[in-house]
Design a protein around this ligand. Structure first.
Ligand code: ZN
Length: 99
């Protein structure tokens, strides 16, 4: 889990941007900025949920789905796996990653 805390100055800048862009929320600010820089594809990866003043923002855990190339075992791990949960082989392939 990663926690992001912004300074009062950063927060003030974000609120100013929000007003400048006439955004409805900070999520909207991020979307508008991404659009402005032509990064629409990145938008899909943007976190869901609104950032509220004074709240700590937690990024959701990244889940990885691994396939063991040794025994064919399929398993999911929060974070990273270095070994197969069944046979202990380090010969793993990442099939999917999601948040
Ligand atoms: Zn295995």
């Amino acid at each position: 889990m990663k926690t992001i805390r912004v300074s009062d100055e950063t927060w003030a800048n974000l609120l100013r941007l929000k007003a400048d862009l006439r955004a409805r929320s900070l999520d909207d600010v991020i979307k508008k900025l991404l659009n402005a820089y032509g990064l629409e594809k990145e938008e899909e990866k943007a976190e869901e949920g609104e950032i509220k003043e004074g709240e700590e923002v937690e990024s959701p855990p990244r889940i990885r789905q691994y396939l063991c190339e040794n025994c064919g075992y399929l398993f999911e791990v929060e974070g990273e796996a270095d070994k197969c949960e069944r046979c202990g082989s380090e010969n793993l392939q990442i099939l999917k990653e999601y948040f």
